[in-house]
Design a protein around this ligand. Structure first.
Ligand SMILES: [Zn+2]
Ligand SMILES: [Zn+2]
Length: 141
């Protein structure tokens, strides 16, 4: 994603595009899969840890990133491609590889229809499939 696109994206989500925020949004956009704080830190050596964390929290509050619970008890972050800035409507399934610990977005898989019992109000749902990714399952054989 180029810089102008990043700025537009930030503004669309009501976030003031400071240079640090642009850098962080850009790195997130460059990631194919959801990344952990640690992975982001390793990518962005020019911005300190607490700043990255604060920015991610801000992004999340403004629905610019989703947080994904990974299969190992950690949190991963991904840019949200929802058209609405109010909701996370691009929710999709995730796959956690138990061997390489990568989390993958499965955009093409339909989300199952959920019939939750009367009286419960659903705000978000977390679909996580665990197993081996194509690369790792090949290695096993
Ligand atoms: Zn794997
Ligand atoms: Zn995803």
């Amino acid at each position: 994603m180029d810089e102008n696109k990043c700025i537009l994206l930030l503004e669309k989500h009501g976030i003031k595009p400071t240079s640090n925020r642009i850098v962080i949004a850009k790195s997130l956009a460059a990631c194919e899969n959801p990344v952990s704080m640690k992975e982001l830190e390793d990518q962005i050596i020019t911005i300190d840890k607490s700043n990255i964390f604060r920015t991610l929290t801000l992004f999340r509050d403004n629905h610019l990133v989703h947080t994904v619970e990974d299969g190992a008890g950690g949190t991963k972050y991904e840019l949200c491609f929802s058209k609405s800035i109010e909701t996370d409507e691009d929710e999709h399934m995730h796959f956690f590889c138990e061997r390489c610990h990568k989390t993958f977005c499965l955009y093409d898989m339909p989300i199952p229809d959920l019939c939750i019992p009367l009286g419960y109000q659903m705000h978000s749902v977390n679909f996580m499939i665990k197993g081996l990714c194509p690369k790792c399952s090949k290695k096993k054989q």
